[in-house]
Design a protein around this ligand. Structure first.
Ligand SMILES: [Zn+2]
Length: 115
């Protein structure tokens, strides 16, 4: 993810980032991450916990996010984000499909199929 987008998310959700985390995924998943982080913050406040985000990476075409602590609800949110990423182009954020070309598994829209 570009440094600008990554910084915007760090700035918006400071509670989740006591330490800077490198986002190993494409800019297209910005919206998926934004929703996930916002849901985690809302839940953490209600539940009285303070999970930090420790890893963000694209793996097998989907988004994997790790947190320092997780309960049932956070696991559900992480799973939802993984599902959402499998339907979202990792490059541009348009609706996409999980593609397997034998070498790479990635999620792309119809305009970015070849990238
Ligand atoms: Zn795309």
């Amino acid at each position: 993810m570009s440094p600008e987008q990554s910084k915007a998310l760090h700035d918006r959700f400071p509670a989740l980032f006591p330490e800077k985390v490198w986002f190993y995924c494409g800019d297209g998943w910005y919206g998926v991450l934004e929703k996930l982080f916002s849901d985690i913050v809302e839940h953490a406040e209600a539940a009285g916990i303070s999970p930090a985000v420790v890893s963000v990476q694209g793996k097998y075409g989907s988004l994997r996010v790790g947190t320092s602590e997780e309960d049932r609800h956070i696991r559900l949110l992480l799973h939802d984000a993984e599902d959402a990423s499998e339907k979202t182009c990792e490059i541009c954020g348009a609706p996409g499909t999980l593609l397997d070309d034998g070498v790479w598994i990635k999620t792309r829209c119809r305009w970015h199929v070849r990238r």
